[in-house]
Write a protein that binds this ligand. Structure first.
Ligand SMILES: Nc1ncnc2c1ncn2[C@@H]1O[C@H](COP(=O)(O)OP(=O)(O)OP(=O)(O)O)[C@@H](O)[C@H]1O
Ligand SMILES: [Mg+2]
Length: 405
């Protein structure tokens, strides 16, 4: 039976053009001229993939896409949105609507073909729940002050763990109001925490969780924040606890990208963490926030060695001296991340963490080595027989350092 693809649009040109490409490739093509017709067609003859034009009279492609994502029976249909414009605004709209891909008109038939193939292949690769049970290490990245590089570090650590150990790592975004973990990896918000918040926490199982994780090709599985802040209210501390509990036996590394607060959901993440990376930058407000966070950790009776202070040079130029910060906080700074200028910014803009985009540059290497440092001891003692590329790079750098000293 040929694979059925739905094309939704109100202009003959697009329907004919896309239709002709698909028919030529042997797909079965069904057509709808507006959003409402599309919903009826989908109900009657569910497609394997849908291509939506943005401009339609009754509801635009983004709204239709959002609607499909919200409805459980259609939530998983791979969706490509076609738009005449390729500006940032449209890209963000497509991303927020949950579309899998976005193609600006005019496009080459080959480009459409390639994207359809990728999406169909991805959809057919039903990722089974990993059977080998492990004891995952939970690493929380936290700061009470915003903009300290929490999401940057969390996404790079998760990507590095998977590159070093050759096994997927989980990245859990607990910044429900404005989390950007998925954006950092350029993953469309197809499914999010909202899909878990719909049912009581005790009904959450690995199958549901597995269907909500967004998968990055580099082996990072992301539990993304809701598309809209108003969806955050339905996610409780129990949901967070249950999700971490379920992930732990399936992922060696679970990285939490935390918000800058002490909400119940955040505290649940911190409580579950084997290690907390507390981030600050060399400026007074940031040091004060770090001191407050450490005070709270003390009240929560977290052992002092559970927390490492990470000084991140988010800005260039003069900042408070390291020794001064250590004396105020009465704790040594364990990690200093150098200022990386535009490299981090461009990585964030293009959704490619430095460890993936530039693994050989000083910043990419630094972050990869940092992930190794926080890797599980049993992993370091018993590395896999055939080392993954990331581990080879880490080992080579360690040897080079040894030779120098
Ligand atoms: N070492 C660095 N060098 C240069 N820029 C950096 C560095 N670390 C982070 N940044 C920049 O700082 C900004 C904040 O980073 P990020 O979003 O990761 O922080 P956050 O703590 O998660 O912030 P938010 O409050 O938005 O959650 C980003 O624009 C990032 O590019
Ligand atoms: Mg953040």
């Amino acid at each position: 039976m040929p694979t059925r693809i739905l094309v939704v649009g109100d202009t003959d040109l697009i329907l004919k053009m896309v239709g002709a490409i698909l028919l030529k490739d042997g797909y079965e093509v069904v057509i709808a001229r507006n959003g409402h017709e599309a919903l009826e067609v989908i109900k009657a003859t569910p497609p394997a993939l849908a291509i939506l034009d943005v401009m339609m009279p009754d509801m635009d492609g983004y709204t239709l896409c959002e609607h499909l994502r919200k409805t459980p029976s259609t939530a998983k249909i791979p969706i490509i949105i076609l738009t005449a414009l390729s500006d940032v605004d449209n890209k963000i709209k497509a991303f927020d609507s949950g579309a899998d891909d976005f193609l600006a008109k005019p496009f080459e038939p080959q480009e459409l073909r390639a994207r359809i193939k990728v999406l169909l292949r991805r959809a057919s690769e039903q990722e089974p729940v990993q059977a080998n049970l492990v004891l995952g290490k939970v690493i929380a990245v936290f700061s009470l002050r915003g903009g300290m590089g929490v999401s940057m570090l969390a996404s790079n650590l998760a990507a590095s763990f998977s590159q070093i150990w050759g096994t997927p790592a989980a990245l859990v975004d607990l910044a429900f109001l404005n989390g950007q973990s998925a954006l950092m990896l350029d993953l469309p918000l197809r499914t999010t925490w909202t899909d878990l918040g719909r049912s009581p926490a005790n009904e959450m199982d690995m199958e549901l969780l597995n269907s909500v994780l967004l998968r990055h090709d580099a082996g990072v599985h992301v539990l993304a924040s809701p598309r809209r802040p108003e969806e955050a209210g339905a996610i409780t501390a129990e949901h967070v606890q249950r999700a971490i509990e379920l992930l732990r036996p399936h992922y060696h590394y679970i990285v939490l990208d935390l918000p800058h607060d002490f909400l119940e959901t955040t505290l649940t993440g911190l409580d579950a963490a084997d290690h907390i990376l507390l981030m600050l930058s060399p400026e007074t407000a940031s040091v004060r926030c770090a001191a407050n966070a450490m005070g709270a950790f003390e009240q929560l009776k977290y052992p002092p060695d559970r927390t490492t202070l990470v000084l991140n040079w988010t800005f260039e130029g003069k900042g408070l001296p390291r020794a001064g910060i250590e004396s105020v906080l009465k704790k040594e700074i364990g990690v200093v991340i150098p200022n990386a200028g535009d490299m981090v910014v461009s990585s964030i803009m293009y959704g490619k963490p430095p460890t993936l985009q530039f693994p050989l540059t000083p910043l990419g290497a630094f972050l990869e080595d940092l992930a190794y440092r926080y890797s599980k001891e049993d992993h370091k003692q018993n590395p896999p027989e055939s080392a993954a590329e990331g581990l080879k790079r880490v080992k080579m750098r360690a040897q080079a350092r040894q030779k120098k000293s």
